[in-house]
Design a protein around this ligand. Structure first.
Ligand code: ZN
Length: 196
């Protein structure tokens, strides 16, 4: 992880979170890390996790939706589905992607979990975004955390897990897939407008 001294992983109001200890400008890459686990949709199963990473990986959040269609899924699969980031639209993948598979067909299997970035909390008004980059052939997938705006020292770094316009649908999906009801400033403002 780059910029180690300026970023801090710690427990906050929403569990693990990432915080900056310095002011950061917009558009800056603040974390670069290789994926702990990644899926490309062709294996049909959960991604392989690097042995050295497994212990750290298992500390990540682990949520089983109430309507989970696959109750037999392993803990590792649930951790993957609760924590992966998808590639940005337009990303080119090395292999053809097949979205069939036994896990959860509604969630694309191509995505990646990172040591640091998968501990970042959600906001519907995020201050950063995670990009997935394919390096040289056979090299691990890289995750990059990039600031979307200037961030002040002490602020929590957030990303958007579900960028959906409609506030009710967005909060419903966040609760269904991640187990929390979002109460960020955008949600509260949009809900307030609806109540009028
Ligand atoms: Zn929100």
């Amino acid at each position: 992880m780059r910029e180690e001294r300026s970023l801090e992983l710690r427990q906050g109001a929403h569990g693990w979170g990432l915080y900056t200890t310095i002011n950061l400008p917009a558009g800056q890459t603040i974390v670069r890390e290789n994926a702990v686990a990644f899926g490309e949709g062709h294996s049909g199963g959960i991604p392989v996790i690097h042995v050295m990473a497994a212990a750290y990986y298992l500390e990540l959040s682990h949520f089983r939706p109430a309507d989970d269609p696959c109750p037999e899924e392993s803990d590792q699969a649930l951790i993957y589905f609760t924590n992966f980031y998808s590639p940005a639209p337009g990303t080119t993948w090395e292999h053809g992607v097949t979205l069939s598979g036994p896990a959860r067909p509604v969630i694309p299997l191509h995505g990646a979990v990172g040591f640091v970035v998968s501990r970042i909390n959600h906001s519907c008004v995020p201050c950063a975004v995670v990009e997935l980059l394919r390096g040289a052939p056979k090299k691990p997938l890289e995750l990059r955390l990039v600031t979307l705006r200037a961030i002040k020292a002490g602020e929590e770094i957030t990303t958007n897990y579900r960028d959906i316009e409609d506030v009710v649908e967005r909060r419903r999906l966040l609760q269904k897939d991640y187990g929390f009801l979002c109460e960020c400033s955008r949600c509260l403002e949009e809900l307030g407008k609806r109540a009028k």
